[in-house]
Design a protein around this ligand. Structure first.
Ligand code: RNT
Ligand code: ZN
Length: 415
C-alpha cells in the first residue's frame, strides 16, 4: 500500500466512502470483452466484406487472421486488464478446421477450442449469432425477410446459436448471454413498416419457443435506430424489442451507439431495472453516429457507471463492450476500453451516493451540484492505481510498453 493510496483513502473516508469496499466490489465485476475488436469484425469464414450496415475503418497492421492469433492477442490484452472477465464471441468465429460449415448447421463442437481456451483461463463466454457478412443476409434482411427460405435459414441459425450458448454455460459454470442483433432495415422510407416487424416477431416466437435452462443461457435482444445504407427504417427498433422482451421473458440489450445522439442510455438504466430482472449493455462510443470508437472515460461512461452503482445493480446489469477501431493497435484498443469501463465503475463506487441522494430529497440542489463537481477532483486515480497493483497489472500507462513489445515481436511480423 503506498502513501498516495492511504491519503486518498482518508479523503474518501471523510466523505463516508470506504475505498477498500469499492476495490473489493470492483474486483467481482465481469466485463464481457468482445472478440471482434481483434480482427475488425472479420471472423474465420473468409466471408470477405463486412456487411449489415456496420463498418470498421482503418488498416493498422497486425490484425489477427486465425483463431490462434486472436487468442494470443486476447491473452496479451487480458494480461493488462485487472480482474477476471468474459469473452464475447460471434458465430462467425467458429473453429471448423478449415471446413466451411453453414451457419444454420453450427454445433457446440465448432466452439470447443474456445471453451478450452476459456476453461484454462477461468473466463466466461458470451455469444452472438452472426446475421451479417453472409450471402443469405439478402438485401440486409434476415429474421424479418419476406423470403421464407431466408427467414428459415436465420431462424435455424439462431436456434443453433442458442444451443451453443447453453453449452458454454454448462461447460464453464457461468451463464452465457446470447445476444440477437439483426441488421434488417431499409435505406429509404418503406411502404410497409408493420409487415417486417410482424415477421420478426414470428421468428422470435419460434426461436424462443424452445425453452432452455436459464442457469446456462440468458437471451437478449439488441435494438438499433439506423445502419449505413439502412438509414430510414430499422425493423428491430427500441420500442419493438422493449415490448417484445417485456412480454416474452427475454432481456433488452442497449447499445449506446443505437439511439439518437442526445438520447442517453444512462438515463434508461433505472427505468429498465424497475421492470426487468436484468439489463444488458453494449458499451460503445458513438462519435456523431454509431461509429463504434474505443470507449473512453467520458461523461456518458461515468454516468452509465453511476447509474449501475446507484441502482445497486452491479449483478443485474450485464456489461459488454462493443467497438471496433482498425486505425490503432487492436490490443491497445481492448486494454483502453476495458480499463476505462472498470475505471468508470470505480469512479462511481467512490461517490457518496447516499449523501447526494439525501441532498436531492431535501431539495438541496446547490449542494448536489457543488459536491458532484468537487468529487471530480478527488484522488480517485490513486485508488485506481492501487486496484491495478493489487490485481497484478501495470499501473497507469506502463501497460503500453508491453503492448509495444508485443507489437514488435508478434504483430509486426504478420503479413
Ligand atoms: C451493430 C451492433 C452489434 C455489432 C456486433 C458486431 O450495430 O452494435 O452488436 O456491433 O454484433
Ligand atoms: Zn452492439
Amino acid at each position: 500500500m503506498n502513501n498516495r493510496y492511504q491519503w486518498a483513502q482518508e479523503q474518501y473516508a471523510a466523505l463516508g466512502v470506504d475505498t477498500e469496499e469499492a476495490i473489493e466490489r470492483l474486483k467481482k465485476v465481469k466485463i464481457s470483452i468482445h472478440c471482434w475488436q481483434g480482427d475488425d469484425v472479420s471472423g474465420f469464414e473468409n466471408s470477405g466484406e463486412l456487411s449489415g450496415g456496420i463498418a470498421a475503418t482503418g488498416n493498422y497492421p497486425g490484425k489477427a487472421r486465425t483463431p490462434q492469433e486472436l487468442m494470443d492477442d486476447l491473452d496479451q490484452a487480458l494480461a493488462l486488464i485487472p480482474g477476471k472477465h468474459k469473452i464475447s464471441l460471434h458465430a462467425m468465429y467458429a473453429i471448423t478446421g478449415g471446413q466451411p460449415v453453414e451457419r444454420n448447421e453450427l454445433k457446440p463442437e465448432h466452439f470447443a477450442p474456445w471453451v478450452e481456451y476459456a476453461k484454462q483461463r477461468g473466463l466466461g463466454l458470451d455469444f452472438n449469432p452472426t446475421y451479417f457478412s453472409h450471402p443469405m443476409a439478402k438485401d440486409s434482411l434476415t429474421l424479418s425477410s419476406p423470403d421464407e427460405k431466408v427467414r428459415r435459414y436465420w431462424i435455424e441459425h439462431t436456434k443453433a446459436c442458442r444451443t451453443i450458448a447453453e453449452y458454454f454455460g454448462k461447460e464453464l459454470g457461468q451463464t452465457s448471454v446470447n445476444n440477437i442483433w439483426i441488421p434488417d432495415g431499409y435505406k429509404d422510407i418503406p411502404a410497409d413498416r408493420l409487415g417486417p416487424r410482424r415477421r420478426l416477431k414470428e421468428s422470435l416466437d419460434e426461436i424462443f419457443s424452445q425453452k432452455l435452462d436459464p442457469n446456462y443461457i440468458i437471451d437478449t435482444v439488441e435494438s438499433k435506430v439506423f445502419g449505413i445504407g439502412l438509414e430510414s427504417y430499422t425493423v428491430g427498433s427500441h420500442e419493438f424489442y422493449m415490448n417484445y422482451a417485456a412480454k416474452n421473458g427475454v432481456l433488452c440489450l442497449l447499445d449506446n451507439g443505437h439511439f439518437h445522439p442526445t438520447e442517453m442510455v444512462s438515463d434508461k438504466i433505472p427505468s429498465m431495472l424497475l421492470f426487468f430482472d436484468k439489463l444488458a449493455l453494449h458499451v460503445s462510443r458513438p462519435v456523431r453516429w454509431d461509429s463504434d470508437h474505443v470507449v473512453i472515460f467520458d461523461d456518458e461512461l461515468k454516468e452509465i457507471a453511476k447509474e449501475i452503482v446507484r441502482c445497486d445493480a452491479l449483478d443485474r446489469v450485464l456489461i459488454a463492450l462493443d467497438y471496433f477501431d482498425a486505425s490503432i493497435n487492436r490490443v491497445a484498443a481492448w486494454v483502453i476500453g476495458t480499463r476505462n469501463m472498470q475505471r468508470a465503475l470505480l469512479y462511481a463506487l467512490l461517490q457518496p451516493s447516499k449523501k447526494l441522494r439525501d441532498m436531492q430529497e431535501n431539495g438541496d440542489f446547490t449542494s448536489v451540484l457543488a459536491l458532484s463537481e468537487e468529487l471530480k477532483g478527488y484522488p480517485f486515480a490513486d485508488v485506481w492505481d492501487e486496484f491495478c497493483a493489487r490485481c497484478g497489472v501495470p499501473q497507469r500507462e506502463a501497460w503500453l510498453e508491453d503492448v509495444r513489445r508485443y507489437e514488435k515481436d508478434v504483430l509486426s511480423k504478420r503479413g
